[in-house]
Structure formats: C-alpha cells, structure tokens
Design a protein around this ligand. Sequence first.
Ligand SMILES: [Zn+2]
Length: 466
Amino acid sequence: MPLRFYNTLTQQAETFSPLQDNVVRMYTCGPTVYNFVHIGNLRAFTSQDILRRWLRARGYQLDHVMNITDVEDKIIRNAAAADKSIFDYTAVYTKAFLEDTAALRLERPERLVKATDHIDDMAAAIEKLDERGFTYRSDGSVYYRIANFPEYGKLSHNDFSGIRAGARVDVDEYDKADARDFVLWKAQKGGEPGWETPLGCGRPGWHIECSVMAMKYLGATLDIHAGGVDLIFPHHENEIAQSEALTGKPFVRYWLHSEHLIVEGQKMAKSLGNFYTLRDLLEKGYSPESVRYLLASVPYRKKLNFTLDGLKAAATSIDRLRNYKLRLETAKFPDGSNEKMTERTTAAQRAFETALDDDLNTAEALAAVFEYIRDTNTAMDAGEFCSANARAALEFLERFDSVFDVLRPSTSAAGFTDAEIESLVAERTTAKKAKNFARADQIRAELADKGIVLEDTKEGVRWKRQ
Ligand SMILES: [Zn+2]
C-alpha cells in the first residue's frame, strides 16, 4: 500500500508524493511564544515529528519550515503586563520551547524562522495584495477583502457567501460566527510595538506571517502544511486566501490537521487544574519519553484523552520494550535461524509499515510491535528463537525506534542528582532491612525510570547511569 494522508482540503485519504524530486516541502505553524507550550500544543508537534520521521523512513528528504510567532496580540498584552519589550519577553519562551521540544526528542525543522525577522517581506506582500485589489484601508490598518476571494471557506468547508462585505475583524483569533474581513497590517496604537514600512508604522497580523514565511522558503506551492485542528479556521483559511491571491497558484497540496487533546476526559483548562506543560509533568516525576509515547500512541486524527494513568501505562510499555531489547542483546540463542520466526519478523515489519503508511496509524503500528514481542518471547522461552532471528528482531526494533524514539532513557531533563540517588539508595537499603520490600522495589523502579541501574553486591549497592 502506498503512503496515504487524509487531506483536510479534499476530505479524502490521498496517496502522497512530493511535487518535485524527492524533497518534501513542509510548513508547520510553530508556537506563539507568549507562555510555555502545553501538552495540547505538544501533541500537534509530536505528531508532526512522527510525520517527519516516517517521511524520511520512506526515503524522502525534508525541507521543513516552522515559524516562531514572536509578535501577536497575546504577546503584546503579556509583555506590556510584565513591563518588558516583546523581544525580552519572547526570548524566554522561545528558549523554553526549544528545551521542551528537545526533551521530547522532536527533531528540529530544517528552518526555524521568526516573524519579526520578516517584517519587510510581510509589508511587501501586503503591498502586492493591494496592487491586486484584495485589500482596503481603514484607520491606517490594512484589511483583506474576502469577498474578492470566492474560494474562501474551501478548507474549513464553510459557506461564507452570505457574510456582510466590509465588516472587519482586528483580532488575530476569532471563530466562524465572526468571519469577516481580517487584518493584514495593524496601525500602531498607543505604546504597541511598530515597524516603519511603506504601509506606515505598525505590525503584521498573525495570518500574513505564515503565508509570507512559508512561500519565501518553500515556493508558491507546498507539499504539506500541518497544524492542530484549531488552526483550520480562521488561520489556515486566511493563509490560503492570502497566498493564493498573491500567486494565483494552489498554496498547499496536503493539509494535515491533528485533533484536540483532552485531559482526564475534560477540556484542558487552568481553572480545572488539568492544564499541563511538559515541565509540570517532569516535576511530577514522569519521564519525557513517557510523555512522548503517550502523545504519539493515538493516531493524530483521533482525540487523545491524556491521563496520568495513561502516562504510567506508557512507562510500562516502554519498560517492556527496553526489557525485550535487553533480552535480545544478552540472552544466549541457538545458532542459525528458525524459518518460522524469520517469517514472523517479516510479517511484523510489514504490519508496522502498512499501519504508518495508512495516514500514520501509530496505534496499529504499536500493536504490531507488541504482538511481535509477545510471540517472539514465547518462542524464546521454547528455545525456538535463534541468533539470526535475534539480530533481525533488533533491526526491527531499531526501525521502530527511528520513528517512536523511546528506547533510550533520558537522564538529563528529569534526572536525579548524585546526592538524591545516594539518598534513595540508602532509603532502599533501610527498607529492605525492615522487610518493606514494596518500598524497596518502588525505589528501584523509580530510579530505573530515570535510567539509573542498581546492582546489589557483597560490598553493598552499586548504581550507575545507563
Ligand atoms: Zn501559521
């Protein structure tokens, strides 16, 4: 089966191939750096990481652009409240974003670009839209006239033909009921940041930022544009309106949108106490790879119910994978190969690949891996798994991990200091002497989760970082 993605634009699963050569030109909407990213954001970024890795596994090269939105309504509001310049304010959260995504092992896109580095490009694009008759001015700001783009609504599959011409919206985010001419360039007001351009002093709207940066680096037509479903309207709809009005060409060939994440069955909200950043979860002692595993385990077009039990289950699944790998590396197998097991490995590999080719069905891909582990463990117990089979199994595991990337334990992000480890080891020794084996086992597991291995010797307990 060829590689297929569900395209929001056509509402169909379509066979994927890039427009030119073997290179996939891809744009993803990056963070608006006004706060730490939460796990809902990280779900979208994680599914894009799985997408990147699977495209590469399928032999494609990537040219992936991600923007950092560092000027926008919320940033201006928060920076003013913190009495900081937007540059000082966003620098903190840009750095935090890079740390969090690195902890989650999200590959860095080929180009990570900042909106404020492209203000002149944006002003030039708006002037071009003006020449083409897609804009008008009001109070020094420039608006996009959606009545002049009859295809408006084609991505979100909404009929906007009845909306009132000339009604305007100035904020960057709004919902379908508020669909109106949107702002491209905002005239400077009060103490807001502004840039001197031929349009006057002001700043770009959020939507034009992405159109301009995407086409500057990737050309008029991109292969893939991805983001969360919350971006379909108005953001991506507006990106299409701007970009296609500028070039007269289709802006994006495949639109991929990841579904919402809910927490313990409810919408994530600060008021409900279920609002998590990655940092919150690491502080609670969960490992980054458990978070990564849970976020990746549900296919991106399905709603993900993120629960702390789910995180514990993720840690258990990762343990099973690591123990299996350890068994393959250390157990003594009979020489040669068992033909039946060779076939089993081929079948598992095929099931894994077919699942990911099918619009990145990560749940099926994981199921293929765990069924294989169960079957081959049984074969090992029966002495029917040979050394050549073990080598093939390790190769399969490597292919799995080139996409899921959870086998290597993290030590730095959530690791213990040496003093903390010594203290836990001492507590474990005391617990064992008191015959409190439950607590002793719990400490061993806690340390193992952070990649610290204990070894009981005659001289006492030795520990090492994996
Ligand atoms: Zn965007």
